[in-house]
Write a protein that binds this ligand. Sequence first.
Ligand SMILES: CC(C)(COP(=O)(O)OP(=O)(O)OC[C@H]1O[C@@H](n2cnc3c(N)ncnc32)[C@H](O)[C@@H]1OP(=O)(O)O)[C@@H](O)C(=O)NCCC(=O)NCCS
Length: 168
Amino acid sequence: MPETITFRRPVEDDFARVQDGLTHWWGGLGGEDGARQRRLLVPRLFFQHFTSTSHLAEDGTGRLVGFLVGFLSQDDPEEAYIHFVGVDPERRRDGLGSRLYHRFFADARRAGRSRVRCITGPANLQSIAYHTSLGFRIEPGDLDVDGVPATSHYDGEGLARVKFVRDL
Ligand SMILES: CC(C)(COP(=O)(O)OP(=O)(O)OC[C@H]1O[C@@H](n2cnc3c(N)ncnc32)[C@H](O)[C@@H]1OP(=O)(O)O)[C@@H](O)C(=O)NCCC(=O)NCCS
């Protein structure tokens, strides 16, 4: 029988567990500096002020197996934004990431939003495949990285990003 995964909203006390995931779930990508940068991208404020549009997934023992941090745009009433997602590498390709996203899409629809946006790095081929499979389209950019349109210096000098958008 497939194991039951439980979804819930994060609380501030979940901050350390998600930080642990950011350290250990990326296969050592970027070494200790990469892990530190990922942790800094998901600061405590998300567990204080964005919990009602974020989701955690836990296995039958209560262990964290996935998270999604997202929010409703404050400036564009049509838009919602997924800031960060992670799934335990031992749990990938089992629909968990999709379930987290569909929960967020439901949050965004309930709030009257008609579009979701997010970004990823042009080298993150698994993320590009994942977002494309979930119905995101890639927005045009000024770069072509092995056939993937990307926008140069999007997040600062030398930090190109692929921009995704999906209608709800
Ligand atoms: C991206 C990520 C969240 C996907 O989570 P997941 O639970 O494995 O995703 P799903 O099982 O729902 O996959 C849905 C579909 O996406 C596509 N997909 C997902 N991972 C893929 C991969 N590594 N290669 C190719 N396609 C992939 C497939 O079409 C898949 O459907 P299928 O398994 O039926 O073929 C997960 O790989 C992850 O945590 N990666 C590291 C973090 C990251 O890159 N985050 C995004 C940028 S911040």
